[in-house]
Design a protein around this ligand. Structure first.
Ligand SMILES: Cc1cc2nc3c(=O)[nH]c(=O)nc-3n(C[C@H](O)[C@H](O)[C@H](O)COP(=O)(O)O)c2cc1C
Length: 231
């Protein structure tokens, strides 16, 4: 009885203080923070998929311009946005729709966003601010000092929880998670191209160092770091 009352009180405090209850629990992992709704993603862009594929190149230096919130929103949608409302399927395929991946936005210069680290919440296309300082420099230090990570206005980190997929598929599920990271990385690459942005998939970094910088629980493993900015 007491614990139920306590739980209700905690939920009310979260709601009243603007904290986002949907961001708190995710498969047992706790992420709490201020909810930021993102602009509606565009469903039909200006560049054909063929043009985007043929023009895509890894980009490692960026104009110092800030990213807009529309651009950040579109990139996050292309990574894990909901594209089938009734069944909650997402922009990239997932083995058995187990959705092991978590997308983080490390914001340095994004118009409308304070610097910090944000977790993308696909269910309602929003962000939850999980850390409130600019972590690009620390991330750069953990990524073999690759300048693109320090200099980009924003950095996307694709991370994931193996257990969500291995619970269903056993050890083979680990391979599935890696495959899904590739799908998401390519979606972001192609979406960036069609927005006139550049990015690069970075796999060379210290896993536990990145976990420390982003304050990720041990089971949330970082896979790709993708600096993002205007070319
Ligand atoms: C698994 C993987 C890891 C990569 N790691 C890095 C990296 O740590 N740093 C980097 O600058 N590029 C990295 N790249 C990007 C490749 O260097 C790049 O894709 C390659 O040079 C081909 O160029 P393109 O992407 O322009 O076609 C990685 C690519 C893949 C697929």
């Amino acid at each position: 009885m007491v614990s139920k009352t306590l739980l209700a009180a905690v939920i009310i405090i979260f709601i009243c203080t603007g904290f986002y209850p949907g961001g708190i629990m995710n498969h047992g992992i706790i992420w709490a923070g201020q909810k930021i709704s993102l602009p509606e993603p565009v469903q039909d862009g200006e560049m054909s998929v063929e043009r985007s594929i043929s023009q895509r190149r890894s980009t490692r230096s960026f104009s110092p311009e800030a990213l807009t919130l529309d651009q950040a929103s579109q990139i996050l949608w292309s990574a894990q946005g909901i594209t089938h409302k009734s069944r909650n399927f997402r922009a990239a395929p997932s083995a058995g729709a187990t959705y092991p991946l978590e997308i983080f936005l490390v914001a340095g210069m994004v118009k409308g966003l304070e610097t910090g680290v944000y977790r993308y919440v696909p269910a309602n296309h929003s962000l939850v601010r999980v850390l409130d300082s600019d972590r690009r420099n620390e991330l750069y230090a953990q990524a073999l000092r690759q300048g693109s990570v320090r200099d980009a206005p924003a950095v996307v980190v694709i991370a994931g929880v193996f257990g969500r997929t291995t619970n269903r598929y056993g050890t083979r599920g680990r391979q599935y998670v890696f495959m899904e990271v590739g799908h998401v990385g390519q979606n972001i690459h192609l979406q960036a191209e069609s927005l006139g942005l550049g990015t690069v998939v970075i796999g060379a970094f210290d896993d536990s160092g990145v976990q420390r910088v982003l304050d990720l629980p041990e089971e949330v493993v970082p896979f790709y770091i993708m600096p993002l900015g205007k070319k």
